[in-house]
Design a protein around this ligand. Structure first.
Ligand code: KG4
Length: 342
């Protein structure tokens, strides 16, 4: 770590996590996230409540990130923030805060695409850690609550979507199915935990047949819903009695689907350096499937758990590389709710 490296504050507020991080060059000094428990009662993120919670959390979260990093505001070289995609009301809190602070401190702003942030999380360096970063080009499977994409990454800024979901994202499907089964929200960690105790061969669900590298998960979701609806008619306790097997079989269908297309992408591109990103990358079965691929000659990169779900460290590192190439954001550039990798 060099004293001359720029110190950058990263801010993330695209959905229901208010997060702030400080980096010096590529080295992470702090990463603080305030998650919003309020949504659990509703089985999904309520946009209006999310924006209100961001308003309450943003100042203490940024203060805490600076305190833990032992950095004064005056030492910051730039502010990186998530400009989109995400919930507009949530984004506006982080975007407005970042703009206000940049004016007050008279330092540049760097806007970050949230999806690129998830991918560039693989370049965060931490003191005392192995810090293995993928070389370019690599393929990234980006799976979160809002996205399921296979992305070819040629540089910190040159990314091409090779395939993506044509309907629901993988995380969204898991969350919806968990909610339908009455298991709770967010469904990912719940399904993951139950699946560890279940038999993944117990039930079969329809797998989508979509050409090319695109995904589809809505058919799988409907297949699970109809299957459970029919079984409940015969046995009202069907879910309770089979929740582990249901979770394991459903999780296997999602992971098989993700991995099949990824294998096709490797075949088509000849690139065997493969990274995993996004909230669903915390999933045990998916991580195991990835690690197994090392036997087939893949060089795999799996993020630490702290960088799987939304966090500002990934925004700060993505901002750092844009800062180095002199790409800054003007004050009149608005947040955007929908956009893919660009
Ligand atoms: O990346 P993320 O925090 O937010 C978005 O940008 O969308 O991803 C959240 C998604 C949720 O759908 C959540 O259920 C899922 O990641 N998730 C998991 C696990 N942990 C979180 N899915 C499967 N297994 C997990 N262990």
């Amino acid at each position: 770590m060099s004293k001359d490296d720029p110190i950058i504050l990263g801010i993330e507020s695209s959905c229901d996590d208010t997060s702030a991080a400080v980096i010096r060059g590529p080295w992470l000094l702090s990463n603080v996230t305030a998650s919003q428990e309020v949504h659990r009662n509703y089985g999904g993120v309520v946009p209006e409540l999310a924006s209100r919670a961001h308003q309450q959390n943003i100042v203490p979260t940024v203060d805490e990130a600076l305190r833990r990093a032992q950095v004064k505001r005056e030492e910051l070289a730039a502010i990186a923030f998530t400009r989109g995609p995400g919930l507009l009301g949530s984004l506006l809190v982080g975007v407005s805060f970042a703009k206000g602070l940049s004016v007050a401190l008279n330092i540049p702003l760097v806007d970050v695409n949230h999806l690129q942030g998830h991918i560039l999380a693989h370049f965060i360096s931490e003191e005392g850690k192995e810090n293995r970063h993928p070389e370019f080009p690599f393929i990234c499977l980006l799976v979160s609550g809002g996205n399921s994409q296979i992305v070819r990454v040629d540089s910190y800024s040159d990314m091409t979507v090779l395939g993506q979901t044509i309907d629901d994202a993988a995380g969204e499907t898991i969350d919806k199915c968990s909610k339908f089964m009455g298991l709770g929200y967010p469904g990912g960690p719940i399904i993951d935990k139950l699946a560890r105790q279940g038999n993944s061969e117990a039930f079969r669900f329809n797998k989508p047949h979509i050409p090319g590298l695109d995904y589809s998960f809505s058919g799988l979701k409907t297949s699970l819903l109809y299957f459970i609806r029919d079984r409940i008619k015969e046995n009202p306790d069907f879910i309770e009695e089979n929740k582990e097997d249901l979770a394991a079989s459903f999780e296997k269908a999602v992971v098989d689907s993700l991995m099949n297309k990824l294998e096709l992408a490797v075949k088509q591109t000849g690139i065997r350096r493969i990274a995993l990103s996004g909230g669903v990358s915390a999933n045990t079965r998916l991580r195991e499937a990835f690690l197994k691929k090392r036997d087939k000659g893949w060089d795999v990169f799996i993020p630490p758990f702290s960088y799987t779900t939304d966090n500002a460290a990934m925004i700060a590192i993505a901002g750092y590389y844009k800062y180095l190439s002199g790409q800054f954001c003007q004050l009149d550039q608005p947040a955007y709710s929908r956009v893919t990798i660009k």
